[in-house]
Design a protein around this ligand. Structure first.
Ligand code: SF4
Length: 431
């Protein structure tokens, strides 16, 4: 049996495989599905960001992972395969939030995490008895999941494939985020020995952790870092800014190889943070917290979300000045996006403020809802400008030359990352 697993993408044909190569990660969710597939099944992973869809591939079954922004494309691909008589399964964040929409384009929909039900899906397909919907009764136990099948990636097309997952789930419930609904409201952890075994098997000096918050469960994080410090790797991850308050754990993270963190700061404005259900973060403390991370030799990418109800046009200048003042090494500016399944989506829908249900615009770069204190057009225009201003060449130069004691070691990687962002901005904003 041949199983074709597809990660859809919308790609300008001239730029396929080049589009943000520095940021292009392989589809790990499909590699996880592949590792949960019975051994007798032959699997191909097709990432449309790097290769076109081959509708003549001799697939018996097609599985497609669907993020909201690629949903229209995923449905197009699914419809095409089904017209050829090939059965299609859809899964991922978008079908999990809107299974009744997804089933219009599929023979079955997997709701939530695939491990635990995927084996049944394959068995039912082989017995010609597919059901419409599959859903785990409980969240899968991470001690039972296997390492993702990275051997199925076309490694030459990606700069980085050494992403490792240690936890799933998040106890917070930020209004714009799908993580808690999809992965559950508590951290599930993988046994440390499985994580270390996987890291050793990668034979890579650089590791990225794909967890939503590597410090989320501090007892587990401490054990993980204590084990990691003997592995001689350099690692990066996502984290909450509050980790800066736990100096001992932060120091341990740095000693175990942490060199960069992606941190969802979300806003300079306390009221916005409360609206996002992230009022536990205090913007007035961000500068000191980031200085502590820098003192440990850890670079910081701070992410902001703009377009909250209390924000007027003054928020953009405030955010830019703030990002510079707190000395971020890199920054990301997203437009608040009401992804289906989130509490933000439900509220804006009730208030009749959703302007577009064209899911391809749900990419955090388009304003798909009506903000309260500005127009959607103004929101997009100003967020685009924020990107350009933060990554102006003179700003990059200033950031790099004021790295202080981090300068000798970090100037080159930060220069490359800043320039990669500049290149991506030029491409996406057609500059
Ligand atoms: S944004 Fe981060 S902290 Fe908030 S719910 Fe999502 S994963 Fe958790």
């Amino acid at each position: 049996m041949n199983l074709l697993l597809i990660a859809p993408a919308v790609v300008d044909e001239k730029r396929r495989g080049m589009q943000g190569k520095a940021f292009q990660l392989p589809p790990f969710s499909l590699a996880a599905v592949a590792s949960a597939t019975p051994e007798h099944v032959k699997i191909k992973i097709l990432d449309e960001a790097i290769e076109p869809i081959d509708y003549n591939f001799p697939a018996d079954l097609v599985g497609i992972t669907v993020l909201t922004r690629f949903a229209p494309r995923a449905y197009e691909i699914a419809d095409n395969f089904r017209q050829r008589g090939i059965k299609v399964i859809l899964g991922g964040l978008h079908p999990s939030a809107l299974p009744e929409e997804a089933i219009q384009h599929a023979d079955a929909v997997v709701i939530g995490e695939a491990e635990g039900v995927w084996e049944t899906v394959i068995k039912d397909f082989e017995q010609n008895s597919l059901k419409k919907f599959y859903k785990n009764k409980d969240f899968p136990d991470l001690a039972r999941i296997k390492s993702p099948r990275r051997d199925l990636f076309n490694k030459s097309k990606y700069l980085f494939t050494a992403m490792v997952q240690t936890t799933r789930g998040c106890p917070f419930n930020c209004n714009f985020c799908s993580v808690t609904k999809f992965f559950g409201g508590r951290f599930r952890t993988r046994p440390i020995e499985c994580v270390i075994k996987e890291i050793r098997s990668l034979k890579s000096k650089f590791i990225g952790f794909s967890d939503d918050n590597i410090f989320g469960n501090r007892i587990y994080a401490r054990k993980l870092f204590n084990a990691l410090k003997y592995e001689g790797v350099i690692w990066m991850a996502q984290a909450s800014i509050n980790i800066a308050d736990d100096r001992e754990l932060l120091h341990l993270a740095a000693r175990s190889g942490c060199k960069g963190l992606f941190i969802g700061l979300e806003s300079v404005d306390s009221e916005s943070l409360i609206q996002m259900h992230k009022g536990f973060q205090k913007p007035e403390r961000f500068k000191d917290s980031i200085a502590r991370l820098h003192d440990e030799g850890i670079g910081v990418l701070g992410a902001f979300v703009l377009g909250n109800d209390n924000e007027d046009v003054s928020i953009f200048k405030k955010t830019l000045e703030f990002a510079k003042k707190i000395k971020l090494d890199l920054a990301q500016f997203s437009i608040l996006t009401p992804y289906p399944g989130t509490s933000l989506f439900n509220r804006l829908l009730k208030e009749n403020r959703i302007l577009s249900f064209d899911w391809s615009k749900y990419d955090a770069g388009n304003a798909v809802f009506k903000p309260l204190k500005m127009t959607a057009e103004k929101l997009k225009e100003e967020v685009d400008k924020l990107w350009r201003e933060f990554y102006r060449f003179d700003e990059i130069l200033y950031r790099l030359l004021t790295l202080g004691k981090r300068l000798p070691v970090q100037i080159l990687p930060l220069l490359l990352l800043n320039m990669s962002f500049r290149k991506e901005i030029a491409a996406t904003q057609n500059l």
